[in-house]
Design a protein around this ligand. Structure first.
Ligand SMILES: Cc1cc2nc3c(=O)[nH]c(=O)nc-3n(C[C@H](O)[C@H](O)[C@H](O)COP(=O)(O)OP(=O)(O)OC[C@H]3O[C@@H](n4cnc5c(N)ncnc54)[C@H](O)[C@@H]3O)c2cc1C
Length: 394
């Protein structure tokens, strides 16, 4: 097994690093590093910059604008972006709807929906979860009834990330409420968010931020041509898409960057007249997280090596990366809070005390916000169930 980058891969890493250094707008980077909310314009601006460079759609087929990168190059790119502090690429169009269309869409659907996604002209959101249907997704109740070339959709989605910015939503809906298996009778629909009958209501998160919403459908008419795959076969599409959703949750580059900031903070903060970084108990906790992060990175590289040699694609391992990656992200925010102590203000304040700075002021909201990481994209408990089932055969 070879966990080192080849000379070509190292050269690629340097190319990406140099390009990011020269092209990532400072104001976007500052917003990311200060944990400030990114607007729709911010998100699309970064998307379009990458599209202009031809680097926005690494996983797409080359004929549709994909980069043709190897899995290792893709990994390097993600890590360098995390390290540099780039805004996220909103995944719902690029990395969720698009792979579904490549696999299940008609030619007309591909021609219509893929180019605007690539160019960053539209934003998408994901309408899976409902009140009472999260982990148990097959319990979903939003109905779609066929009527004269349309589906008439009624019901409610919840926790819909960025629905307040989105132009389109892809939704799981129930087209057949008959008595069969619950996974049957579900369909996958593409819905224009400007359709009459749609209401988006924001949910304020623990940190005071706005990123998720409730979306209500009140007799919304959706052209039948917006059905993806066959009617009643939406579960197959949903399962295919969930694998893609969990691939990007390890975030090693981002955690490395945050760990570095944690060390800087701990070197500044004094305890009994000495930097906290020199405190043996603090160092012990810090080192544990650092070792876990190194183990996550090596595990990631191990899977990549497997893929590089043409081995089977990762299965339950993706769940492992999600669990460890999100736990590490949370552990780092906990240590940051501990380090800043009273300066980790409960929420942003106008306090201008001498040793209070803009960074420590963001720690409490950041800590609160990251509680979400072990819930979204399938909670970590559910990921553990998947590992138990697929790996241990339980
Ligand atoms: C910030 C954020 C953004 C989100 N964005 C989106 C989005 O854009 N689109 C979308 O469709 N959804 C989104 N979600 C919803 C997310 O997918 C669900 O919250 C998640 O699947 C859990 O479902 P639930 O909230 O209904 O909790 P429940 O399913 O009610 O679970 C409650 C608790 O019970 C545990 N649990 C449930 N079943 C089991 C079991 N069988 N074994 C062990 N433990 C179990 C869970 O782990 C959890 O701790 C988002 C969620 C968050 C927090």
């Amino acid at each position: 097994m070879d966990l080192n980058y080849s000379p070509e891969e190292t050269a690629f890493r340097d190319e990406v690093r140099t390009w990011l250094d020269g092209n990532l707008p400072h104001e976007l980077r500052d917003k990311v590093l200060d944990y400030r909310e990114l607007s729709r314009d911010d998100l699309l601006r970064w998307h379009r910059l990458l599209a202009g460079k031809g680097w926005v759609a690494a996983d797409w087929p080359v004929e549709w604008g994909g980069t043709g990168w190897t899995v290792v190059q893709r990994y390097i790119f993600e890590e360098e972006c995390g390290y540099a502090g780039t805004p996220p690429l909103v995944p719902f169009g690029l990395r969720m709807c698009a792979p579904v269309l490549f696999r299940f869409g008609t030619d007309a659907q591909k021609q219509r929906f893929l180019p605007p996604i690539y160019k960053g002209e539209v934003l998408w959101c994901q309408g899976y979860s409902e009140p009472g249907a999260g982990s148990d997704l097959a319990a979903l109740k939003t109905r779609a009834v066929r009527d004269n070339g349309h589906y008439v959709v009624s019901g409610q989605k919840i926790w819909t990330t960025l629905a307040h910015y989105a132009d389109w939503i892809f939704c799981l809906v129930r087209t057949d409420a008959g008595g069969g298996k619950r996974q049957e009778g579900i369909s996958f629909l593409l819905i224009d968010m400007t359709s009459p009958g749609i209401t988006v209501r924001p949910i304020t998160l623990l940190d005071g931020g706005l990123e998720v919403n409730e979306v209500f459908f009140d007799d919304v008419r959706v052209p039948a041509e917006n059905l993806v795959h066959e009617e009643g076969k939406g579960w197959t599409v949903a399962k295919y898409l969930l694998g893609y959703e969990r691939m990007g949750t390890g975030r090693v580059g981002q955690s490395k960057r945050e760990l570095m900031r944690l060390k800087e903070l701990a070197a500044r903060q004094l305890k009994d007249g000495r930097p906290l970084l020199d405190d043996p108990r603090f160092r012990d906790r810090l080192t544990r997280v650092e070792v876990e992060l190194m183990a996550l990175e090596v595990t990631n590289l191990r899977f990549l090596d497997q893929l590089r040699r043409g081995g089977r694609p990762p299965g339950a391992e993706v769940s492992l990366l999600k669990i460890k990656g999100t736990e590490i992200q949370q552990a780092i925010t906990e240590l940051m809070m501990q380090t800043a102590g009273p300066f980790a203000q409960a929420f942003r304040s106008l306090d201008t005390a001498a040793d209070f700075d803009a960074f420590t002021a963001t720690l409490a909201p950041r800590y609160c916000n990251l509680r979400k990481a072990t819930i979204y994209a399938g909670s970590n408990e559910i990921q553990r169930n998947i590992i138990a089932k697929l790996t241990l055969g339980l």
